[in-house]
Design a protein around this ligand. Structure first.
Ligand code: ZN
Length: 370
């Protein structure tokens, strides 16, 4: 480490300087023996002083670097020796000195992965649902189609295949997926828009929403804690959607709690509409949260023929209402159908847009629809 080298540098330079003094030391007019003695004493005194100074400087530098290393270890949950994990390059509390350390993890993860969770909306005045929107083509009167891909992050190979599809799609990542921040950052870098796919309580007992879902029976503090943790898993996203949630989205009180947080953070809500009883639209409106809802599930039936029929419904809906929001999943049949269709969708007179484009146009499109 730098401590030894630093101490050596100072000591060596001072020693040279001392040698110079010793070499040029002459005009004292003392006897030869006294002068030699004085020179020896002077040499010892100077060398001792310089050596102490060198030691002091070396120690201080060492302490500084040492404390930097220590807080780095703390900030990253003690992963310093564990090699590069996304947490170790991502903690916003990381002291700047750590970035310059030679043993910093390599930048294998895009920089955009480095800040999970959007900063407060007040930071720039532009809410995240607009700030992190990806660029969209001008629809110029063409019907808009937004394709949202749900449940991403858990099946990594199929998530990667989804990211490779034609942009811009909207990618809904499950907060509990491993390395979800890095996967989402890759999706964002590829030109897709991001949302967090919040696990919410389903109806019945045979559906499993995954770990730490939002449940209507949870105390308010626990709900807020789980929601806060979910919202901190990826960066640069425009909003959230519900994963499952037939029960949760039908509960006005539970949804009000979620919408309050979304409003505060400047995030949008996409209602997957897993239940006809969902209160998403009315609660979002009450809180002034930008809102959209799913029109068509592409792959409730996992067969190429069924998916083609659903794609036809998406086009019909878009022509009829000015836009359509489709939701699909990272499964083989869906990915194959999308790879084919997405290449033709612009040529067929539609504008393929991210969710935020529908949110922006939502007012006028909805008004025209009534
Ligand atoms: Zn889902």
């Amino acid at each position: 480490m730098a401590r030894g080298a630093e101490g050596h540098g100072v000591g060596w330079r001072s020693l040279s300087r001392l040698m110079g003094v010793l070499r040029s030391g002459r005009p004292w007019g003392r006897r030869r023996g006294d002068r030699r003695l004085w020179l020896v004493w002077r040499g010892v005194w100077l060398f001792g002083g310089v050596f102490s100074a060198g030691l002091a400087i070396g120690t201080s530098v060492g302490l500084l670097l040492g404390s930097g290393g220590a807080s780095r270890g703390l900030a990253t949950g003690g992963t310093a020796e564990g090699g590069p994990t996304w947490e170790s390059v991502s903690d916003p509390g990381l002291p700047p000195v750590a970035a310059a350390l030679p043993d910093s993890p390599p930048a294998a993860v895009p920089a955009s992965a480095s800040r999970p969770g959007p900063p407060p909306a007040a930071a720039s005045g532009v809410p995240p649902w607009q700030r992190y929107a990806v660029a969209a083509v001008h629809a110029d009167g063409r019907p808009m189609i937004a394709v949202v891909m749900d449940d991403l992050g858990v099946d990594r190979p199929r998530t990667a295949r989804t990211i490779a599809l034609r942009r811009p799609l909207t990618m809904a990542f499950l907060p509990y997926a491993r390395d979800v921040a890095a996967q989402a950052a890759h999706a964002r870098a590829a030109g897709h828009e991001l949302i967090v796919h919040l696990p919410m309580e389903p109806d019945g007992t045979n559906a499993d929403p995954g770990p730490r879902p939002l449940l209507v029976g949870l105390p308010r503090e626990e709900l807020l804690a789980r929601l806060g943790a979910d919202l901190a898993t990826i960066g640069e996203y425009v909003g959230v959607s519900n994963h499952m949630g037939s029960r949760f989205t039908s509960d006005p009180e539970a949804m009000a709690l979620v919408m309050g947080v979304l409003k505060e953070r400047g995030l949008a809500f996409l209602d997957s509409r897993t239940a006809p009883t969902t209160v998403g639209a009315e609660v979002a409106e009450r809180f002034g949260v930008p809102f959209a809802q799913r029109d068509v599930f592409l792959d409730n039936e996992d067969s190429p023929a069924a998916i083609r029929r659903q794609i036809q419904t998406v086009e019909d809906t878009a022509r009829q209402h000015g836009y359509a929001i489709a939701i699909g999943h990272p499964r083989d049949a869906t990915l194959e159908a999308l790879a084919e269709w997405l290449g033709t969708v612009e040529g067929r007179g539609f504008a393929l847009v991210p969710l935020s484009a529908v949110l922006r146009a939502g007012g006028t499109v909805r008004a025209a629809q009534r």
